[in-house]
Write a protein that binds this ligand. Sequence first.
Ligand code: ZN
Length: 487
Amino acid sequence: MLEIYNSLTRFKETFTPLHEGHVGMYVCGPTVYGDAHLGHARPAITFDILYRYLQHLGYKVRYVRNITDVGHLEHDADEGEDKIAKKARLEQLEPMEVVQFYTNRYHRDMAALNVLPPSIEPHASGHIIEQIAFVQKILDKGYAYVSNGSVYMDVEKYAKDYPYGKLSGRNLNDIVTETRELDGQDEKKHSYDFALWKKAAPEHIMHWPSPWSEGFPGWHMECSTMGTKYLGERFDIHGGGLDLIFPHHEAEIAQSCAALGHETVHYWMHNNMITIAGKKMGKSYNNFITLEQFFSGDHPLLSKPFGPMVIRFFILQAHYRSTVDFSSEALEAAEKGLQRLQEAYTRLQKLQAGKETTVEVSSLRERCSEAMDDDLNTPFVIAALFDSTRAINTVHDGKGTISEADLKELKDVWQTFAIDILGLRLEEQGADGGKQKAFSGAIDLLLNIRLQAKQNKDWPTSDKIRNELTALGFQIKDTKDGFEWSI
Ligand code: ZN
C-alpha cells in the first residue's frame, strides 16, 4: 500500500516523487456545460501554481486535467439528468456541440488567467472502452454487481477489505444518513452503493454499448480510468476542489483499490472553496458570476470590470487551503495591490546600479522559496515581494543605492517568483490589461487627429481616417464635444 498524504506541507522535505525526477499529477477538470466561473478559476490557478513550481524545482511533470463531458448527473452522482445532455436537449444541439463550445470558452478563460495548459487533457467520452474495461475488472474482483443493466459498487463488501471513507474521514453510517432517497435506489443493495455504469433511460441521448446495457459510465469512473491510463497504476499527485473529496475522490479510491488491489494516489491536494458575501456560490443564490462577467463588469454584484490578472492575484492572496470570500471591494483592493506590484516591477527594470547596496534585499529569494516550500504559501510570497517594493522605490527615489550584483539578483527573484511561479503578467500596464488600454488610446489618438483636420478644413485627411476605420469595422459618431466610437 502507498502511504497517502492529504497535503504537501513542508514541500521539499515531505514530497518524494515515485520516479526520480518525474512527477505525475492529475486534476479533476470542468464539466463543460456552462461558462467557467470563479469556482473554476480557483482549482485551475492552484494547480497551475503547483505545476509551475514543480517545473521550477527541476521535475519533468506530466499534468493531466480531464474534461468531463458525460456521466456528471444533476442532483447526485447516480441520479438525475446528465448536465450536458440536458443543455443539448434545451438548446437542440448535439451534445458534442455543447462540449466543444464550452471547452473552447474554458480554454479562452484559462489563457486569460495565464493558466498553463495541461500536458494531456483527456475527455471522458473519448475513454468509454477503457472505462468499460475498468468496470469489468471491479466486477471480476467481486466488488461490484449488475442490477437491471446498471453496475454498482458493492460498498459494504469493499469496506470489509479496504478503509472506505479514509480520505473524507467518514464511515458507512455517516454516509447512509447523508444519502438522499432518490429513484433507482431500489436497484441498489444499499443506498451508499454508487454507479460504475448506468443503463440509459430511453430519453437519454448520450449512450454507448456495453456488456451490461446501452448506457454510460458513472461520473467517478472517468478519473480512475484516465488517471491510471496516462500516469500509471501509482502516481504522485491528485488534486481538485475540497467539494470533490466526497463522494468523488472517495469513490475513485474505492474503484482503484477494488480493481488494482492498491492505492493509486500518493498525495491528495484539495483547494478550498470561494464564497460570495459569505454564501456558497450557486445558481439558486443568484450570485453566480462567470469569468467573462468579471472581465466585462456585466453583473449586478460587480462595481466595475476586473481584469484576469486581478482575479488571479485575488485568488493567490489567500492560501489555497483557506476559504476566500469574494466581494467587489475585495477585488478593488486586490487591483490596487496588483498595481503597486506592477509599478514596482516597471521601476525595477529601469533602476540604475550604484556602487554599493544600502537597501534591504538580501533575504528575498530565501523568503519566497521558504514560503513556496511551505505548502505553496502564495500569500507569503506576495508579502515578501511587497516588502521588496520598498527597496525598489527607495532606490528609484534616489534615497538609496543598489549594487550591480544585487540588482541582477533582485530582478531574477522577481522574474522567478512573480512572473514564472505566481504567473502574474506584470509587464502589462494597468490591471485591466495594458493591451486594451493601448488599443483604445491609439484609436482616440487617430480620432483626435481627425478632429483637428476637420477644424482645419483638411477634408481629405478627415475623410480618410473615418473611411478607413469604418472599413475596419469601427462605428464613428460625431458628437457636440468630439466623437464616440465602438466596434
Ligand atoms: Zn475527477
